[in-house]
Design a protein around this ligand. Structure first.
Ligand SMILES: [Zn+2]
Length: 278
């Protein structure tokens, strides 16, 4: 935060996290949905750290014309995950007319705060900025980037700058920083590649000449909260007829997590147990 209380900034390096998420989803890193999903994972982390660092958040990007849905989760323990939902015959994922971004975060009382904004061709960043403005009423600049060169993920990361309501000399401060962000930090791809997506670099450069105090940092990584217990809990919601059918089939179930790709095996004995306890 700048010492005059005018701005707060978060920056994140997500190169390894995004690489793991894209690999778990079996995505070719050069596709538009891979880039967008990487940006969403990055944006979800920045959004959570800004709005609800101790609670989980989810972003859902519904593409135009039935081109699919991208989902990014960020958890307070530091892990994030992503998911692509697309029918095999769906057209290439794209934004534009009909596409929307939905952001959801849990509130301390357990309720869900959510809002939906249009997601036009300008991209994920602009949709997220629109959401922050409309639904959270906070002036925010967000830039997330995933850089792929020669078919390889080179770097991923981003930043988020907020104008704080108690800024003393709002107008002057906003003009100075808005100009700087527009001139030098609109496209951060070159910086991310050159600095290994260093968050320190982004913060030092954006706040150059402005006294500021680092308030904290936290680790991010790819992860998931799937487990054998959760798989069993999911199966227990099936009706007795379905469970009986699985027991009669006589073979263990192989179930994979759609998010992280982890494989779970449920033995017939466990299915029988679910049946008798249902
Ligand atoms: Zn999982």
């Amino acid at each position: 935060m700048t010492d005059d209380g005018a701005f707060r900034m978060m920056a994140v390096r997500t190169t390894d996290t995004v690489r793991s998420v894209l690999r778990a989803q079996g995505l070719d890193v050069g596709t538009p949905e891979a880039r967008l999903l990487g940006e969403m994972v990055t944006g979800a982390i920045l959004f959570r750290e800004t709005m609800s660092p101790t609670l989980r958040v989810q972003g859902v990007l519904k593409g135009a014309a039935g081109s699919g849905t991208l989902i990014a989760d960020s958890h307070p323990d530091g892990w994030s995950r992503g998911l692509v939902q697309r029918r095999p015959e769906a057209p290439s994922f794209r934004l534009g007319a009909g596409a929307v971004l939905q952001m959801m975060r849990s509130l301390p009382n357990g309720e869900l705060h959510q809002g939906v904004v249009e997601a036009d061709e300008r991209g994920f960043d602009d949709a997220l900025m629109g959401y922050m403005q409309l639904s959270e009423q906070i002036e925010t600049v967000v830039r997330c980037a995933v850089i792929v060169e020669d078919g390889e993920l080179k770097a991923a990361g981003g930043y988020l700058v907020q104008l704080l309501p108690e800024a003393p000399d709002r107008e002057a401060a906003v003009m100075i920083l808005a100009q700087r962000l527009e001139d030098d930090f609109d496209d951060i791809r070159g910086r991310l590649v050159a600095t290994d997506a260093s968050p320190d670099h982004l913060i030092e450069e954006v706040f150059y000449g402005m006294p500021y105090t680092p308030l904290g940092d936290s680790e991010v990584r790819a992860g998931c909260d799937c487990s054998h217990v959760r798989i069993l809990a999911g199966l227990s919601t099936l009706g007795p007829d379905d469970l009986q059918e699985m027991v009669d089939a006589g073979a263990p179930l192989e179930i994979g997590c759609d998010w992280c790709g982890a494989e779970y095996r449920v033995e017939v004995e466990a299915l029988r147990h679910l049946l008798t306890s249902s």
